[in-house]
Design a protein around this ligand. Sequence first.
Ligand SMILES: NC(=O)c1ccc[n+]([C@@H]2O[C@H](COP(=O)([O-])OP(=O)(O)OC[C@H]3O[C@@H](n4cnc5c(N)ncnc54)[C@H](O)[C@@H]3O)[C@@H](O)[C@H]2O)c1
Ligand SMILES: O=C(O)[C@H](O)COP(=O)(O)O
Length: 522
Amino acid sequence: MKVVVCDPIHPAGFEILKNAKDIELVDASRTPKDELLKVIEDADGVITRSPTPVDEKFLSHAKKLKAVVRAGVGVDNVDMEAASKKGVIIMNVPTANTLAAVELTMAHLLTAARSFTNAVWNLKKEHEWNREKWLGIELAGKKLGIIGFGNIGSRVGIRAKALEMDVIAYDPYIDPSKATDLGCKYTTDFEEILKCDFITIHTPKTKETINMITKKEIEKMKDGVVLINCARGGLYNEEDVAEALKSGKIAWLGIDVFNKEPLTEHPFFELENTSVTPHIGANTKESQERIAIQAAEGIIEALRGSSYPNALNLPINTANTPEWVIKYLELSQKMGYILSQVINKSIKKVKVNLSGDISKEDKSVLTFTLVGLLQNITENVNYVNAEFLATEKGIVTETKEIKNDTYKNLVNIKVITDDGEYSISGTMLEEHPRIVEFKDFDLEFEPKGKMIFFKNTDVPGVIGEVGMTLAKNNINIADFRLGRNKEGQAMAVIIVDNEVNEDVLNELRNLKAALSVGYAEI
Ligand SMILES: NC(=O)c1ccc[n+]([C@@H]2O[C@H](COP(=O)([O-])OP(=O)(O)OC[C@H]3O[C@@H](n4cnc5c(N)ncnc54)[C@H](O)[C@@H]3O)[C@@H](O)[C@H]2O)c1
Ligand SMILES: O=C(O)[C@H](O)COP(=O)(O)O
């Protein structure tokens, strides 16, 4: 399996990849990006950092690609939807560079308070002894507003508390105790953040967070506010911030990340009241070594199919999913697969009805059902792209919670085609998967082996005729399950030991009482 390393990573990562016997390593970390597209054409896996966009163009060139490890946190340069459509698994390395980014943020905060970079420059390069000019402010006692209180934001909070700052956390997606347990204030009122002396942002770059600070927000801030951004370019509107830096409304900006990178010219670089660094938040020896090791191990595991650490576009994280849920997911896939073989018209709609605790896993059940249903129809369907492929085929999907008094958990799948509706229900009985309903007939069988579904008018002698037909064709019956309905019809599920070809099925279809005959194999 070929792994292309698209950006520089620590040698420890290369070492792991070199030592993996089943991996062919290609070091394209210094290859120009337009040439990289050729190199990745037959890559099974790639390791990337922020300079390599994993976009439509990248994905369309990488025809064999199965997995991407983004050696860092931010995946704003990864087209997640396009990757999922192609069935490419995207993983990141989320916490290995947290401390590095936290410490760079603290460096920008302290720099802002003491105009540190300017004082150093003034003495070393301009040879001026300016003690009065470099009059700073203390962090102690000042309010620090932290937008985004995740791995990095919360650790910035801990360090700012140690510097005796008053910390206010704004993050609508966390439990407030995450902040209050650390002695920080938690707020859902963004205006409170705007009133702080110092503001730092640690959110991902999303539709919601782009331009979170613009002219409008800056106007509400204190005169002489300090802004820090070591997260992503564009979270603060660059033009509006530059204007406010010029007017002095913003006293200082400490920034590591920019709208367009790399860059060597920018209005922020012309201003005295900024500290600017070239996206070095993750750049410590310790962090880069950790990231490279985890990225290398992650891509190897993914390509071997053993696990997908920190996968971002898988519907379930199997490592954290309880065993009983996994069994239901596998059962759902089998039920989908059975239906796909019985149905021979195009599918219009898939309804997944769930009852019991399994209804909390509706999204995963739907995904596994679709994988089963589409396996026969589409090549390369997997858990990542199943929903996209279904949508592409115009299949409408729906999940619903239903009541049932018989089973603790029940999965019912209804598939609507031009031909009508096909229904199948399953449950786990004493930890064994069982189909308990098929095409509205109550019956019970294990979804396994070669299965003939024989629907007939419920008249005497049919079982005998079916048995004779199979015997004549040297087909041995291993199990026979029967269900009947109130309309005078019966459904037999006949599990057989031998191959069943289309001629045998046609013979069964020609029996007088036969209404329909289907066949599935698992
Ligand atoms: N400068 C660098 O080199 C560098 C290094 C590492 C990480 N980063 C960036 O730092 C950022 C944070 O990384 P992290 O590891 O702490 O991620 P994280 O996922 O642990 O934390 C992000 C937090 O932001 C919160 N959030 C999301 N949307 C929000 C919104 N609209 N308002 C407020 N909060 C919101 C989330 O709830 C989460 O708690 C990311 O953008 C990452 O790419 C930059
Ligand atoms: O999101 C991240 O992890 C940081 O921005 C670092 O990214 P990089 O290592 O790709 O520069």
